[in-house]
Design a protein around this ligand. Structure first.
Ligand code: 0O2
Length: 266
């Protein structure tokens, strides 16, 4: 197939992965900004390369011309969570989203693959609007923990190295390390509440400090420079020894000054 034709065929898939990358990352940011734990820790997106599409077609005896009718993982998104419990929450959020329809689910957390692979897979249909009109695109969504992702990344690269024929002793080690990953995920789950609370506090403080810095920078537009430097100094002291409530009160005062000047900024 000509490269120009590939470009046309794959363009809506590129759009789909870009849109979903923005949407899921925005969701993470919104949660963190309000100091709420995000079930999704990290997002990875990719559109399958032409070489990889051709290779998969060969492997599955599919004519390349039918690739887009048969393959459901040309557009892929990976949602990486910190804890195994978060995976089901994320899957549930996806089922409820109005911008996609889940067509299929595979639970490799329950039905662990012989390789030792663990992950939760969904195929969803997602609509994009292009200059040629609207197109419903299948998206493969893989949901897994950071630890599962580490394992899958290493195992994938070994498969690539050995061209799919991984030696038996390496396979045995991979399965053993997959069990170790499961054990680690379980250990981390047992202290999940502590970690979530610590992270929520961290993001509340980080957002507050960012807002205070913005407000102070903004003050330079309408306050005397020496006065702003004094405020900055006061903030540095508070940052070192102040409580969260004191920082909130400091931000409220800065906000009130900006409001008086009709100059609030985000
Ligand atoms: P890539 O390079 O990641 O895109 P199939 O898609 O036909 O191979 P199936 O049963 O239709 O397999 O879908 P399945 O099992 O849900 O797997 C699809 C994807 O899951 C794979 O895509 C991998 O990304 C991942 N996966 C599945 N099994 C394993 C495994 O044992 N190890 C690792 N590391 N990843 C796995 P691709 O196209 O194979 O690869």
């Amino acid at each position: 197939m000509e490269i120009q034709r590939w470009k046309e065929i794959l363009s809506p898939y590129d759009l789909a992965v870009k849109e979903l990358d923005v949407k899921f990352n925005h969701m993470i940011m919104e949660n963190r900004n309000i100091g709420r734990y995000s079930y999704v820790e990290r997002v990875e997106t990719r559109r399958k390369t032409i070489a990889s599409i051709i290779e998969k077609c060969k492997r599955k005896s599919i004519p390349v011309e039918s690739a887009v009718d048969v393959l459901t993982d040309i557009a892929g998104i990976r949602l990486i969570c910190q804890f195994e419990e978060d995976i089901e929450r994320v899957a549930d959020e996806i089922r409820k989203r109005p911008d996609m329809v889940v067509l299929e689910e595979k639970n490799y957390l329950q039905d662990v693959k012989d390789s030792g692979y663990r992950s939760y897979h969904m195929i969803a249909q997602y609509e994009v609007y292009t200059v040629h009109g609207s197109r419903a695109i299948p998206i493969e969504i893989q949901i897994r923990t950071l630890a599962m992702n580490f394992w899958a990344t290493i195992e994938h690269s070994l498969n690539y190295k050995y061209n799919g024929n991984v030696p038996d002793d390496v396979k045995t080690k991979l399965r053993a390390s997959s069990d170790a990953v499961l054990q680690m995920d379980q250990e981390m789950s047992s202290i999940r509440e502590d970690i979530v609370t610590a992270q929520e506090l961290f993001y509340i403080k980080a957002t507050l400090v960012k807002d205070i810095n913005n407000s102070i920078n903004n003050l330079y537009n309408y306050e005397d420079r020496a006065a702003v430097l004094n405020i900055q100094q006061e903030f540095m002291e508070l940052y070192k020894i102040g409580t969260l409530d004191e920082l909130k009160e400091f931000q409220r005062k800065l906000d009130a000054v900006a409001a008086r000047h009709g100059a609030q900024e985000v």
